[in-house]
Design a protein. Sequence first.
Length: 479
Amino acid sequence: MSTPEKLAEAVLLPGFAGTTAPDWLRRRIDGGLGGVVLFGRNVVDDEQVAALTTQLRSGRDGVVVGIDEEGGDVTRLDVNTGSFVPGPLALGAADDPELTTAVAAALGERLAACGVTVNFAPCADLTLAAEDPIIGVRAFGSDPAKASPHVAAYVTGLQKYGVAACAKHFPGHGAATEDSHVALPVLPRTLEELRAIELVPFAAAIRAGVRSIMSGHLVVRAWGDEPATLNRTALTDVLRGELGFTGAVITDALEMGAVSGAYGRHDGLGRSAVRALAAGADALCLGGAAFEASALDACASAIVAAVAAGELPLERLAEAASRTAALGTDPAPAQVGPVDRRLGLEAARKALRIRGEVRLDGPPLVVDVQTEPTIAAGPVPWGLGAHLAELVPGTRTLTVTPEDVDVVLEAAQGFRSVVVVTREAHRHPRVRALLAALSALDFIRVETGAPGPGGDAGPRIDTFSGSYVSLRAAAEYLA
């Protein structure tokens, strides 16, 4: 059996800064570091990512390379352009599991060509609470019976090319009203409700052969006061015992507020690492921030000390290291090539929902209403204006904040058609106020997020995704 020092390194998956691997990281990987997590800050294009992953593996095979490439609003490969496929909620709206499999397979083939070994997708969460601040379009829907076939289809398609899927965020984030990036959500569920709702898509992913599952930083009171990531009942008794999962459990980033806020960002990070391993987690994601070697030192030292103190059995650590290493298997050979958006456009077109009479009466004014993207999505190009301007000569585009009512009213003079584009307007009181203030205009609304409760009286297009292809599909429909 390897030493505790080696095993502690083998379960760590940090993020880092830059589009090439820093020297400290390469040394650490050569010494047995489990792998890395890639974010938008590490991406220029597919060719650069492929070169980066080759560089990471230059001293050792079997390096785990993880990424959050959900498609739709949460994309890393397309952080500079917007995703080449629609997100899960759009695929759920299209309601064609075979199409979901094909989209996931296209994504898996592209990730394999880039040298990625595990994709932190699909979300097996459900879109359940209107005020949910973080899931929304990242889930396949709100009905577990309808969403589950898409979760399974996504797993099957993604893993076709050897890239491990990772169903997240166990036991399911969608009914929570706090964002675990900044706070510790409590899931308002009994055990019976969990089994009937949240756990159903995870069970479907397991039946489909998902190779990894990500724990969520969520409290279920019936399991105690610890979030699932640090909770043995959640990870060992329920996920492994009740649901029968045998693959790797990956934690959501341990420095997120739901954990670090309770246990401290410095000494607490190592402490949380130990508690997650003891609960049954295998790979520890530290990727939300651009970590340096000193942060890894703190985690590794805490793990080694816990083994020495008898708090963490060496066998448990060895098991976790073995499961983590299994995610480092090189994906099927594939060539990096031009990104093909045709399949994504097909899916995005099928997902569109049209309400009322949606018709342009001449070149329109397109008003893209900007709101802050979620932390999970980050800043990705968004907006309909550029797409419609390309397709309809004479289109004027306007990007505004929710406060710019007078700007919109003045700009709308002389236009017979006005298109107002929003992103989850129901969650933003200022956006709702803007829409009410524009009620005198005869405008078409394009909603690119989760539609939310209620509905507009006027004409409307729901895209269920803010991806490049979803916005393009809406522009084509209008044109």
